[in-house]
Design a protein around this ligand. Structure first.
Ligand code: FAD
Length: 290
């Protein structure tokens, strides 16, 4: 089945997948991975599409979106077992109801557990590496449990590659009264709303923060890029490290903005910004100085 991926991305842009499937359990997932390997077809798993930029002409691969058992959440004492396709919001809700804290940082990360492990998602001083005990990762060759160290989790990074699917994660949380969790989440969400364009279609932070006294957002703001537009996309007037779909944006528009942002940051600060968003399909940023 060919599916337009724009509907599965928070930016709302991106072309079709060569094939698309939504496995509901491990058996179905293993079947799909095995078939793709036999046919020599690449595999890309997406979660809620909140950190991806998909090429306008699509992805020449089997695109998987985990559902059913692979998105379930189970509480076992102080441990949470969550499917790779489970939304962070659902995991946080279940943890709070069970009186388990430690996952509050994820309240403003609109993705799944698989996407969080993939890039060691984090906010407000917390990240996945701090709560993850181990993750079950499936490939066409078989499945195995990996620890955060084996996954190579560092700042917004893991060593996972396409074709390796986060099937489940075991999170170790700690007892905390639900009211306290609720209050912290309310506070973090208010902070987020004040600083970022939470009511716009974006894919989160465009660039990782560089090793510099200025964050990527402050640097791009100082480069005069707030509100800068290309086609249907614009650099957020609220926070310069976000790109918004202002009006029928294409991924190519976002790439043009990213290229301009990198060019200016390099010219003014000598910094090579590295993108945080995952580029899927035939998408690439021009080299600096080109
Ligand atoms: C408004 C907004 C605010 C955000 N704020 C933050 C923030 O504060 N901190 C932060 O870290 N991020 C933030 N993000 C980015 C994004 O939400 C996170 O990166 C999130 O973890 C991505 O999860 P996802 O399920 O949407 O993954 P996707 O965007 O669908 O995919 C991201 C990558 O993960 C891979 N992937 C997804 N699921 C799996 C799986 N099961 N197995 C293997 N690989 C998989 C994909 O192939 C892709 O390479 C924000 C995004 C938005 C739109």
């Amino acid at each position: 089945m060919s599916v337009e991926l724009a509907r599965y991305t928070t930016l709302g842009a991106g072309g079709p997948a060569r094939e698309f499937a939504s496995p509901q359990n491990v058996r179905e997932l293993e079947g799909l991975l095995g078939r793709a390997a036999l046919e020599g077809m690449g595999v890309v798993t997406i979660g809620l599409g909140s950190n991806v930029l998909v090429a306008d002409d699509g992805i020449d691969a089997l695109v998987l979106r985990l559902g059913g058992d692979l998105a379930s959440v189970e509480i076992d004492g102080e441990r949470v077992r969550a499917g790779g396709g489970a939304a962070n919001a659902v995991v946080l809700h279940r943890a709070r109801a069970a009186g388990l804290g430690g996952f509050e940082f994820a309240c403003a990360i609109p993705g799944t557990i698989g996407g969080g492990v993939w890039m060691n998602g984090g906010a407000y001083g917390g990240d996945f590496s701090q709560v993850l005990e181990r993750a079950l990762v499936a490939t066409a060759e078989g499945s195995g449990w990996l620890t955060p160290a084996e996954l190579g989790l560092t700042y917004r990074h893991s060593n996972l590659q396409h074709g390796r699917v986060v099937v489940q994660a075991e999170l170790r949380l700690r007892p905390r009264p639900p009211e306290e969790i609720k209050a912290e989440v309310r506070e973090l969400n208010a902070k987020r709303k004040a600083a970022q364009p939470t009511n716009r279609r974006t894919f989160g932070s465009v660039f990782k923060n560089p090793e510099h006294e200025l964050s990527a957002g402050r640097m791009l703001e100082a480069c005069g890029l707030k509100g800068f537009r290309s086609g249907g996309a614009q650099i957020s007037p609220k926070h310069a490290n976000f790109i918004e779909n202002a009006d029928g944006a294409r991924s190519a528009d976002a790439i043009a903005l990213m290229a301009e942002a990198r060019r200016r940051a390099h010219e003014q600060y000598g910094v090579e910004l590295r993108h945080e968003v995952e580029l899927l399909g035939d998408l690439e940023l021009p080299p600096l100085g080109a």
